[in-house]
Design a protein around this ligand. Sequence first.
Ligand code: C5P
Length: 237
Amino acid sequence: MSDTARQTGLIVALDTQDPAQAKAWAHAVEGVAGVIKLGMEFAYAAGFQAVADVAGQRPLFLDLKLHDIPNTVGAAVKALSHLRPRMLTLHAVGGAEMMKAARKACDEAFPEGERPLLLAVTVLTSMDNHALAEVGVPDDTRTQVLRLADLAMKSGMDGLICSAHELKALREALGDKPVLVTPGIRPAGAAKGDQKRVMTPAEARAAGADWIVVGRPITQAADPAAAAAAIAAELAA
Ligand code: C5P
């Protein structure tokens, strides 16, 4: 697919512990964000009923980064199926059997055509080569990202969570098939916060992202609806 033909969607990360706040943000970006993301912080603080309440009928990216033995991950996927997530994350470092168990559980627990996209996290962007060495990985982060990405795709995953700076290498190595979802996006001129290596929405689209994940530049904006609309317009330009 050529860069210009690629459609890149907007996922808004609702990072809060407060259900009322999450609902207000979800409402503000209605019709602009294709998907809303709720993660560990919200689910652990507010509970899964609140996850269901905030999501309502909206497409939900459930970012729980599952990582356990295959049997437990499979059971967890089934236990989450009532939330009907559109996307679900797990750690590729859990291994091929764990990922295959997640895929099997999805295939069994969801009706045909409603299975969530299973997205694998490779190397957390908070880890550098030194941190990898500390956990026994002698290779550099790029090599380890590509290794785990390949394993994930061979284990039935639909795509990958990746930094903007990994997009090109992953597209070169794996082609168009993986759904690539990329956080760490900042519109030109926005505050970077704790994100160090960022790209603009248009740059991420050009580099091969299918979806970008944006949190604070939208949720902390004076007008979240306008901020989301501006990003969506940049993606569509
Ligand atoms: O507020 P911000 O746009 O930085 O939020 C990005 C979202 O993506 C957050 O929910 C964050 O947890 C997530 N994320 C990230 N960087 C990664 C992986 C996930 O920012 N490497």
